[in-house]
Design a protein around this ligand. Sequence first.
Ligand code: NAD
Length: 351
Amino acid sequence: MTVILVKAERTYPVTLTNSWTLELQRSFADRTRVAVIVSEGYSPDLSELRDSDSELHVFTVPDGEDGKTIATLTKLWNWLGAAGFTRSDLIVGIGGGAITDLAGFAAASWLRGIDWVAVPTSLAGMVDASVGGKTGINSDYGKNLIGAFHSPVGVVIDTSFLQSLSDRDFAAGMAEVIKCGFISDPKILDVAASHSVDSLRNSPDVITELIQRAVSVKAQVVASDFKENLAREVLNYGHTLGHAIEIHAKYQLRHGEAVAIGLVYAAELAAARGLISSTELDLHRSILSSYGLPITFERQAWPKLLPLLALDKKARGNTVRFVALNGIGKTVRLEDLTSAELDAAYERISS
Ligand SMILES: NC(=O)c1ccc[n+]([C@@H]2O[C@H](COP(=O)([O-])OP(=O)(O)OC[C@H]3O[C@@H](n4cnc5c(N)ncnc54)[C@H](O)[C@@H]3O)[C@@H](O)[C@H]2O)c1
C-alpha cells in the first residue's frame, strides 16, 4: 500500500491499495449513512461494503457525461434529502471521472459541504479527475461550468479496476500520465515508452508506478496552487488545443485523445521557437502514437478551432496562452504567439 498526501484546503490521502473495499470501509467509521454513487455503465460488486455498520444507500446515475447534469443532480439532492443525509454522513463516488466529478459536487453542495471519498475506476479518474479537488457538472453552455473546489477526505485507487476498462479508455488515461512525464517527471516517459496498453495490463507493478508518479506530479502542483491561479496552469499542457478539439468534435473523442493531439501541437509551437529539440518533439509523437492515441487532426477544422482557442480558460482578454516546454520537465507560458506561428504549427499536425 502506498499513500500520497495531497495538501489542498485540507490534507487528504490518496491510497494505492489492492483491496479497495477494506480501505474504503475505514472511512465509514462513525458515519450513520453512506451514499455510494455509481453509473449505469459500470459498477463494481458492492456486496462487501454492505458488511459495514453504516446504512449503505446506492444511487445509480446515467453513464459518462449524461450523468453530469443538473437533472441528475436534482434527483440526487432529493434522494439525499429523502434518506435523511446529515453533515456527518458520507458520499462516495465509485467510477470514472464523470462519477467522481458528480459525487464531489453533490458533496460540495449538500448542506453546504459534506465529506466525500473518490474511488476512481478509470485510469483518467485515478491520475487526474479524482485528485485536485475540482468537482462539477456540465451546463447547456459547456462542460464543467457549474462546480466547486471541494477536496475529498480520501481517494482510494485499486488498479484491479483497470482489468475491465476498454483499451480505448486505458490509452486515453495514458495521455494524462504521459503529460505528467513531459511537464515534470521524465522517468514516466522512460517507463511509458517501453510499454503498451497490453503490457501495462500485465504488469501491475509498472502501472502502479506510473499512477503513483502521475498522482505525485498533480499533488505537488495542486499543493502550490489549489484554486488554479497560475502555477496549476502547467497541468493544462496540451489542453488548449485539446479542449478546442473536444468542443469541435462534440465530445466524440475521449478527453485524453484530444489532449494527445494538443500535446503534439504545443510541442510543435515550442520546437518552432527552439525551446525543445526535434528529438524531444518526436518523442511526443512516438510515445503517444505507441498507445494508439491520435496525433493529427483534420486540416479543414483549423478555421473553426481558432475561435475556440480564445474560449479556453487560459485565454486572458484576446490573447491565447499556451503552456509549452522549455526542455523535458520544464514548462514555460507562451503568450505572444503570432497567427503565423499558430497556423504553421497546426499545418504540421494536420491530416
Ligand atoms: N475534476 C477534475 O479535475 C477532472 C480532471 C479530468 C477529467 N475530469 C472529468 O472526468 C471525466 C472523464 O473521465 P473518464 O475518462 O473516467 O470518463 P467516464 O467517467 O465517462 O468513464 C469512461 C467510461 O469508462 C467506464 N468505466 C469506468 N471505469 C471502468 C472500469 N473499471 N471498467 C469498465 N468500464 C469503466 C465508464 O462507465 C464510462 O463508460 C470528464 O467528465 C471530465 O470532465 C475531471
